[in-house]
Design a binder for this molecule. Sequence first.
Ligand SMILES: [Fe+2]
Ligand SMILES: [Fe+2]
Length: 274
Amino acid sequence: MASQEAEQHWQIEDLDFSRIALDKVRPDENLFYLVTSASFIESGSDLYTQNLVDYFKGDDEVTDWLSNHWELEELQHGKALRAYVRHVWPEFEWDTAYQGFLEEYATYCKVELLGPTRALEMTARCVVETGTATYYRAMARSTDEPVLQDLATRIATDEVSHYKHFYRFFRRYREQERLSRFRVFGTIGRRTLELKSEDADCAIRHVVKARSPERATDTAYVQALSARMNSTIRTNLSAATTLKMLMRPLELPAKVQTVIQYPIRQFMQHVFLR
Ligand SMILES: [Fe+2]
Ligand SMILES: [Fe+2]
């Protein structure tokens, strides 16, 4: 089963970088930042995997999947995005900039940042995968460059598959821990607010530092850049799909779901507007 899954997974060689329509992407600075900062965060996935594997020690189904599938796929996302950046913006010194990012990013990945219980950590993982799936779907919609569309769509599909795995593990632990909806809701809310937090800011800052060093300390410039990136994501995301994924761990009856749909949508707008 495991090897079959691995065989079916796409490879970087499946992407045809020679087909990139350079004129559609190269002048787009906003897209450059969206793709490059994502390549940094994905490439740093191995820092995080060991923490998760340690946290779920003893649960072989979870730790095997994390080490043999999840981590490899996240790292592949990083590699593929880096290869794309190198094709379109070859003057950008990816390695140097990434090194700077990594040094700072490593200080965020501490075990104590994981959820207070395994079920709540699985809830948090579902929120994170919802965030990445949303990001790449929006990225694919925001461009008409065919290779980036193809790449972003492949990554988005992987993120949804990660979500499904974490969601299945979540259900198992929620049952074991007899976790209340209230606590699940708290985690969803908190982690949704954190979606656009330290990781993204850290990546953007380091990309700016390498791209336009004179602007690196210009907070207003970095904030404006980040606002423009958020706006691209917000205008291209499918709110209905994102909401459905976010709310799923609550396992609410359909009726209740309709009632709370509106306030949650407002909340989401708020999160992506900031
Ligand atoms: Fe990813
Ligand atoms: Fe993922």
